[in-house]
Design a protein around this ligand. Structure first.
Ligand code: PLP
Length: 385
């Protein structure tokens, strides 16, 4: 826990003021104070999601919101297309099949772009409109790939399938206009770019999604969004909300909007460019090679042949108090990942890169001292966009 630099793809570091706001006194969640808070938070989150639709704050991690995104809008036996190129794409498909959907997997290798052409072909073939939903992960945290939602939305076109998006590790850090892209359901988690500890998730619901909800036969109780909608009308949640998180979210939103949405997107892009330049300066191979798909919030890199990911992470943790992430699932032991999101500062990233340089040297990987830091600084000095 004693890390100085938390550079994993979430939970991300949080501002001190947000941590302090968590230690609030308890108050009545069915009274006027909470009503004011939830109404304010809902307005703020709608701005971040860029939606005029409904927005709900759930007490759960991101996966709870993924489950809500499935069970509220689908029925057992319905056909869905799951676009997959990483572990979180797999999770969406797993949740949907757990609840009885007929899941068609449109898979590409982890770290490769989505099968956009396959999606187009499937939708064209589906003249009877049996496909009820498309699930897609915006920013695949397991690989550092930013999937092209503009393209997915364009391909979906007039097909009536709902577009259900996991934006857990991108919302707030990447421009994602939900209404303009006609995304019917979008979810995110509190612990990534949105400056809060884990514990809350957020879900947007469009009018078209409510029409699907009226037909939905999947079982649901805690995550029944029609209940959440009724309660939000009176400034409440159906069940006891995580009050400290809600109070702290107010603080987090203040900090987020004082930086400004566009500046926040630019900062994340800058940090990703800096991380990529630094890693390449060390002679390392990035998992996502095409810049267009490079995630602004997490960068994955293949481990050098002579170094084990566990050894590297342990050395960075113990010697330099820097925490980076390993690979997940099929990429475990093959890659490591730098998270650069939320309250990670540019100097935190430089420190993390210096830790990596030093650790690699100690583990015998040839490094020109200072080269990675210099490469990263080149991007950070540019500032702006
Ligand atoms: N989706 C993506 C893209 C994620 O990065 C994560 C968490 O890392 C999740 C879903 C799951 O979120 P949680 O761990 O908060 O349940």
């Amino acid at each position: 826990m004693n890390n100085n630099y938390l550079l994993i793809p979430g939970p991300a570091p949080i501002p001190h003021a947000v941590a302090q706001a968590m230690s609030t006194r308890m108050f009545n969640h069915r009274g006027p104070c909470f009503k004011e808070i939830i109404e304010e938070l809902t307005r703020s989150l709608k701005k971040i999601f860029q939606t005029e639709g409904h927005l709900f704050i759930l007490t759960s991690s991101g996966t709870g919101a993924m489950e809500a995104a499935v069970v509220n809008f689908l029925s057992p036996g319905e056909r869905i297309l799951s676009l997959m190129n990483g572990s979180f794409g797999e999770r969406f498909a797993a949740i949907a099949s757990t609840y009885g959907a007929t899941v068609e997997r449109l898979e590409t290798p982890w770290g490769q772009p989505l099968d956009y052409q396959g999606l187009e072909a499937k939708l064209l073939q589906d003249r009877e409109h049996r496909i009820r939903a498309i699930t897609v992960v915006h920013n695949e945290s397991s690989t550092g790939m930013l999937n092209d939602l503009e393209r997915v939305s364009r391909i979906r076109g007039d097909h009536p399938a709902l577009l259900i998006v996991d934006a857990v590790s991108s919302m707030g850090a990447v421009d994602l206009p939900i209404d303009r892209l006609k995304i019917e359901v979008c979810i995110t988690g509190s612990q990534k770019a949105l400056l809060l500890p884990p514990g809350l998730s957020y879900i947007s619901v469009s009018e078209k999604a409510w029409q699907a909800a009226a037909q939905s036969k999947m079982p649901k109780y805690y995550f029944d969004l029609s209940k959440a909608r009724e309660y939000l009308e009176i400034g409440q949640t159906p069940f006891t909300p995580a009050l400290p998180q809600c109070v702290a979210l107010r603080e987090a939103m203040g900090i987020y909007f004082s930086e400004g949405q566009k500046s926040c997107y630019a900062r994340h892009r800058r940090m990703a460019a800096a991380a990529r330049a630094a890693l390449q300066a060390l002679g390392l191979e990035l998992l996502v090679k095409d810049e267009r798909y490079a995630s602004p919030t997490v960068t994955a890199v293949l481990k050098p042949p002579a170094v084990s990911v566990d050894q590297l992470r342990e050395m960075m943790r113990i010697r330099f108090r820097t925490e980076i992430a390993g690979g997940q699932g099929q990429l475990a032991g093959q890659i490591f990942r730098f998270g650069h999101l939320g309250a990670v500062t540019e100097l935190d990233l430089l420190a993390g890169i210096a830790s990596l340089e030093l650790a690699l040297q100690e583990l015998g990987h040839p490094v020109v001292p200072g080269s990675a830091v210099a490469a990263a600084e080149g991007f950070i000095r540019k500032g702006g966009d």
